[in-house]
Design a protein around this ligand. Structure first.
Ligand code: C2E
Ligand code: MG
Ligand code: MG
Length: 762
């Protein structure tokens, strides 16, 4: 209770007392001064009595009033204490020395320190280390201020447990009743506020991220956008705020699209997807858009937050990659990969709708010659023109693909359900293509004419796999070529059985090496004295059902499916082991072995290393190993060939050109190669005495080899006549049935021992 009401009561009491005294004095003075009649006395007594009673009542009332006032005072004090102690802020009273003289309970709980340990302690003790200096400075300055001044400061305060928190301090400088300077400090814990501030700062930074962000109210009116959004769309905040995002729409999506989007947002609160929008400059762009609905506590949408990334460039890059992956860069037509996908797809749809589809395998006749004579650039232009002509021959929805080199595959879709009609439709299309491809081409300055061969297969859902179809149509194309080029050929049953045989052959071939079914036959090579100087190693396949299978039947297949690599290394290894054995035998140590090398084998990047490894493993004299290469192999990549041959030649390995005369027989390349030997192809040898031109060719080859300092060997020498002609024309080495067929090792070695006592054929 304040002092004022107390004084008021005291005054009032005094007033009453004075009044009562005065009246009492009056009452006692009157009877002695005056003659008072008994009646008067009685009256006076009664009056006094009355007065006293009134007074008594009055006193009782005052007592009540006082009691109530007392209660009020106590109540107020309680309220004050309660407020003081339990206020949400801490109170400190500190003296001019910075010593706490009084604190409230909240101060104790806020700092986690008992009140008794706060009082009579310096306030700075409770300030966190990092802010102690700040406090000192502020306090010193504050002390200089006049009394009644207030000052606010934010400090980090330290709790007993060492943790700190941010406090907002409001200080009031006062002079107390004892004329002492005191400072009343209220402290509010503003840690949450600080945290919220920090979060806001983070949110503000996040808002200005690389992603475009716009926020709308519940009615999709834009209320805020970030800078990235302006950068992406070209619109400023002023232009967009207050509008709906509709302003940005490109017209690319229909109503259903937006309906589905809003259905999703309304049901899940989220949506993300790709949206085409329009920039301010009218340019279309595609964005990945994330929309999130923000709800209030009652689950009512307050805002929508949309963030977006411009993925236009990314999309273009993906499209470019896809194009590279699925399209032939030269012609812009689908490549093999995409063709396979489409066939798969069409196979499935023909199965559903019963229609037929067709594959047409188109191969340009003699394309290699064009490439070799006019160059690859001209070849490329031809391929581009062919692609265009083919595309002009088909309907929309059909596929024209280039699957490699000069090979195109066209897929026709939606042909008749009746096979015969479908075949006729396909035949018409193929004839149209043949005719189109037959027209002259203008390749730069060259007027060029070429034909093509087309293989055809019809398909309908169930009858084949994609792989089989491609094999079949490839075969039909080869048949078309075989039939004289510039023709078309449907795949038929005969081809089917050939294909099946091939599949079986491939399958058996897979097992042949593992099951030790290969053997090397040796065919001797003799000099003009009939002495065996070496042998050609010729592989044989001892097939469990088919007996001896000629390499003519399987080398090509092995080359195509890659098995030639294992087979080739096996032949090389076996031949070298044989050389090693012969090396230890005086009679045979001069013999060399010629090993045939296939193209795929030769062009392996580590071919040289492989050969060297075998030579080292078997420890042979490398000069006894002769590798036979064909002209076309060498010409496929002449620089690579020269390098590999030179490398091996340095170690002593020799090289010969097999089947010489059937290829290009270009002098230019011959001189660049480290060749020891030319092998005249047997087709010329066979025609000696039959075809004069071939005999002349044989003479020419022998002359050429001599001029180039190479030796020359004739293969396929069957008759004495051939032998004599060759001998007469200066060929000194021979291989052929006249001397021996290729035979197994044992037989070959028997020959060798026999030949020592046998007369040399002359
Ligand atoms: P090539 O290298 O030209 O081998 C000569 C072929 O002519 C051999 O056929 C041989 O038996 C045959 N021949 C030899 N003298 C005569 C003759 O007087 N008259 C007739 N009509 N033929 C004769 P073969 O053994 O069937 O080999 C065929 C082809 O298979 C070889 O032709 C060669 O290109 C390839 N080949 C054989 N063995 C291998 C091998 O181990 N690796 C590789 N990559 N190819 C091989
Ligand atoms: Mg050979
Ligand atoms: Mg040959």
């Amino acid at each position: 209770m304040s002092e004022k009401p107390i004084r008021h009561y005291e005054n009032r009491l005094q007033q009453l007392r004075d009044e009562a005294e005065t009246r009492l004095a009056l009452a006692t003075a009157k009877p002695s001064a005056l003659k008072i009649s008994p009646t008067q006395i009685t009256q006076a007594t009664e009056s006094l009595l009355h007065e006293l009673q009134v007074h008594k009542v009055e006193l009782e009332m005052q007592a009540d009033e006082l009691q109530r006032a007392n209660w009020n005072v106590e109540d107020s004090r309680d309220r004050y204490l309660h407020l003081y102690e339990y206020a949400p802020i801490a109170y400190f009273t500190i003296n001019a020395d910075g010593m706490a003289t009084d604190v409230n309970l909240k101060a104790a709980t806020m700092l986690g320190i008992e009140r008794k340990n706060l009082i009579q302690h310096r306030f700075v003790q409770f300030v966190a280390d990092e802010d102690k200096d700040n406090w000192h400075r502020a306090f010193v300055n504050f002390k200089k201020e006049t009394a009644g001044k207030e000052q606010a400061i934010t400090l980090r305060l330290a709790r007993k447990d060492g943790t700190t928190f941010h406090g907002q301090l409001d200080c009031l400088k006062l002079v107390d009743a004892n004329q002492q300077l005191v400072f009343r400090i209220t402290i509010a814990d503003i840690s949450n506020l600080k945290r919220a501030e920090a979060e806001l700062r983070v949110a503000a930074i996040a808002f200005e991220s690389q992603e475009g962000i716009f926020i709308t109210d519940a009615n999709t009116i834009i209320i805020k956008i970030n800078r990235a959004f302006t950068r992406i769309t070209g619109y400023s905040g002023e232009e967009l705020i207050g509008k709906t995002p509709h302003l940005l729409s490109s017209g690319h999506h229909d109503d259903d699209f937006y309906k589905a989007m809003w259905d999703n947002i309304n049901s899940t609160g989220l949506w993300n997807g790709e949206v085409w929008n329009k920039r301010k400059n009218g340019e279309l762009y595609v964005q990945r858009l994330f929309i999130t609905a923000i709800y209030d506590d009652d689950n009512v949408v307050q805002n929508y937050v949309a963030s977006l990334i411009d993925i236009t460039n990314e999309k273009a890059a993906v499209a470019q990659i896809e194009k590279l992956a699925f399209y032939d860069p030269l012609t812009n037509m689908p490549n093999r990969r995409l063709l396979l996908e489409r066939i798969k797809h069409t196979l499935a749809s023909t199965q559903r709708n019963g229609q037929n589809g067709a594959l047409l395998f188109i191969d340009v006749d003699n394309f290699k010659t064009l490439n070799d004579t006019l160059g690859h650039d001209v070849g490329d232009v031809l391929l581009q023109q062919i692609a265009q002509r083919l595309a002009a021959c088909v309907r929309e929805g059909d596929t024209v693909s280039r699957i490699g080199g000069d090979e195109f595959v066209v897929m026709l879709e939606n042909l008749s359900e009746h096979a015969e009609t479908a075949a006729q439709q396909t035949k018409n299309a193929a004839e149209k293509m043949l005719a189109a491809l037959n027209q002259n081409y203008l390749l730069g300055t060259h007027d060029y004419h070429c034909t093509s061969s087309i293989g055809i297969i019809l398909f309908s859902g169930h009858n084949a796999s994609v792989d089989e179809l491609l094999k079949q149509v490839d075969m039909a194309m080869y048949q078309a070529k075989h039939n004289g080029r510039n023709t078309l050929c449907f795949f038929d049953e005969k081809m089917q059985s050939t294909l099946e045989e091939r599949v079986k052959l491939e399958h058996d071939l897979q097992l042949a090496l593992k099951l030790n079914q290969f053997q090397i036959y040796y065919q001797k090579q003799v000099n003009q004295d009939g002495e065996t100087v070496g042998a050609e190693a010729l592989i044989r396949w001892l097939h469990p059902e088919r007996g001896i299978v000629s390499p003519m039947e399987f080398i090509q297949v092995a080359e195509e499916n890659g098995m030639i690599l294992d087979i080739g290394i096996w032949v090389l290894e076996t031949a070298c082991q044989q050389l090693k054995l012969w090396e230890g035998n005086a009679r045979n140590k001069q013999l060399h072995i010629a090993v045939n090398v296939s193209s795929r084998q030769f062009y392996q990047p580590d071919f040289v290393a492989q050969v060297m490894a075998v030579i080292e493993r078997t420890a042979i004299d490398p000069s006894k190993l002769e590798l036979e290469l064909t002209e076309s192999l060498v010409l496929d990549s002449i620089d690579d060939a020269i390098q590999k041959m030179n490398e091996l030649n340095k170690f002593g390995v020799t090289f010969s050109i097999d089947d010489f005369g059937t290829g290009y027989s270009s002098l230019a390349y011959l001189t660049q190669l480290p060749l020891a030997l030319l092998k005249i192809d047997q087709s010329f040898v066979r025609n000696i005495g039959v075809k004069t031109t071939d005999a002349v060719i044989v003479q020419t080859i022998i002359g050429m080899a001599k001029n180039l300092g190479m030796r020359v060997i004739a293969e396929g020498v069957e008759t004495e006549e051939q032998h004599l002609f060759l001998q007469h024309n200066g060929c000194t080495l021979y291989q052929g049935y006249l001397f021996s067929k290729p035979v197994p090792l044992l037989e070959f070695e028997q020959f060798l021992s026999l030949s020592e006592c046998t007369a040399v054929p002359t």
